[in-house]
Design a protein around this ligand. Structure first.
Ligand code: SAH
Length: 365
């Protein structure tokens, strides 16, 4: 990273325009540069041939282009899933997964290097938190995967469900969403974006005020405070009543129902009593709407001792409780497409990334 220079890929069109104007260049230059970066995907000022050599040099002295580099790519043999390990300019690494569904191609992107939330079943938790990703580093995960495939096989949907807690990197995530959806750039509708959170209540309330057409997804994983606090430390800070209250308010404010994620863990959260409790808790959250739960058999992570529960059986129990439940297909099983596992293996085998701060915990939020 070059801190004295500005991260040009993180700037919105109007922000770039202000910077270019300050350099004494005409407005249309900013438009040209934005187009070169975000549409033509030219990540080298000297290759922007419509600009004079002198102006290219000036840009180079003021800005840097922060594109993450694909260090490793794993393609699944069992389906079309591809997983990328990106190396960032400071040596950190993150993961992105590209998944093919019948309705299009979805990228699952990371929002932080590591995570502070400490969920007990998650591969990223023991590695701690290093830093937030910049808007450019989130966008770069999509541009890198786009470039890896021909036109027509471009990413049409994005889920913020990779490494990190998106609402703990709120401002950068909002700036990324603006860049992703801006018509001068990637022009991807936020209707095709899902943001997943472990349940940072004040940020859910802030997000409701933004009135974005994205889908908010809450990682629930348990229906009682005792169980949820044991699985997810964030629940001690924002217990279920507060969380579900915020989900209901989100729906009232935006007209958009929140969906829930539920990792089915054998003997932990998959009993008939758990299904009953979930029904009791969730039915009142969105009046006149059936709550929707995505079930995913937990991905066993070394050291956690958790085993996948029977998702289809739990789905039946939830439907009897008046909830809509779907079982998420597990993709790319053979390439560790489950979030965080490739990065974890890379760090453990090469020691190439050291955690600088694992002491920040949820309770400090
Ligand atoms: N921090 C955000 C988004 C990243 S995690 C969140 O908590 O929602 C994306 C999803 O994967 C979350 O629902 C998370 O709880 C889930 N997850 C993490 N580890 C998992 C595992 N081992 N098996 C199944 N789901 C897991």
């Amino acid at each position: 990273m070059e801190p004295q220079k500005m991260d040009i890929l993180s700037l919105l069109p109007e922000q770039l325009e202000a910077e270019i104007k300050a350099m004494g260049a005409p407005r249309f230059r900013a438009k040209q540069i934005f187009h070169q970066l975000h549409v033509k995907r030219v990540f080298d000022f000297t290759k922007m041939t419509e600009l004079s050599k002198q102006f290219q040099a000036e840009l180079n002295s003021r800005f840097y282009i922060n594109m993450p580099k694909i260090e490793q790519k794993l393609a699944s043999c069992v389906d079309d899933t591809v997983k990328y390990l990106y190396r960032l300019s400071d040596g950190s690494c993150i993961e992105t997964v590209r998944m093919v569904y019948h309705h299009g191609i979805t990228a699952c992107i990371s929002t932080q290097v590591g995570c502070k939330m400490g969920c007990s079943f998650c591969a990223s938790a023991p590695l701690g938190f290093i830093r937030n990703l910049t808007p450019a580093e989130m966008l770069g995960q999509i541009y890198g995967a786009d470039a890896d495939f021909p036109e027509g096989q471009q990413i049409s949907g994005v889920v913020l469900m990779g490494i990190g807690e998106p609402l703990d990197n709120y401002d950068n995530v909002m700036q990324f969403l603006k860049l992703l959806s801006c018509k001068e750039g990637r022009n991807l509708s936020l209707r095709h974006v899902a943001l997943s959170t472990c349940g940072l209540v004040p940020r859910i309330r802030q997000l409701a005020d933004e009135q974005l057409p994205l889908t908010l997804s809450v990682s629930l994983h348990a229906a009682t405070d005792a169980k949820r606090s044991a699985l997810m430390p964030v629940n001690r800070r924002y217990p279920l009543d507060e969380l579900l209250g915020a989900c209901g308010d989100y729906f009232r404010k935006t007209g958009r129902r929140v969906t829930f994620e539920y990792a089915v863990i054998a003997g932990e959260n998959d009993s008939a009593a758990a299904a009953k409790e979930l029904g009791k808790r969730l039915r009142p959250v969105f009046p006149n709407q059936r709550p929707h739960i995505n079930l995913i058999p937990v991905n066993p992570v070394a050291g956690t001792g958790f085993r996948a529960g029977h998702a289809a059986a739990f789905q039946k129990l939830l439907e009897q409780e008046g909830l809509n439940a779907t079982v998420r297909r597990t993709l790319g099983d053979d390439i560790k497409a489950a979030c965080g596992q490739l990065r974890r293996d890379t760090i453990e085998s090469t020691g190439k990334e050291s955690v600088v701060s694992s002491s920040e915990s949820v309770s400090g939020l």
